[in-house]
Design a protein around this ligand. Structure first.
Ligand code: ZN
Length: 68
């Protein structure tokens, strides 16, 4: 489908916590970096317009992380 940055899903850790899908509990994700300004979502409160999303490799639910 051309949506994946990496061909293999990976385990993800957020501040010491293993990320698990909130829908199905899976622990492997496809990582995507999204430019929020191009998506029309960017506000000047953020210094970095890049957000990261992790797509569950099992059910495809997207877990979003905003710029820090
Ligand atoms: Zn899932």
């Amino acid at each position: 489908m051309g949506l994946f940055d990496a061909p293999e899903p990976v385990g993800v850790e957020i501040k010491g916590h293993a990320l698990r899908c909130v829908i199905c509990g899976h622990n492997r994700f496809h990582r995507h970096k999204i430019r929020l300004d191009r998506a029309g979502l960017f506000t000047s409160e953020w210094s970095d317009p890049m957000a990261v999303s992790y797509e569950c490799a099992n059910c495809a639910y997207l877990h979003w992380f905003m710029p820090q």
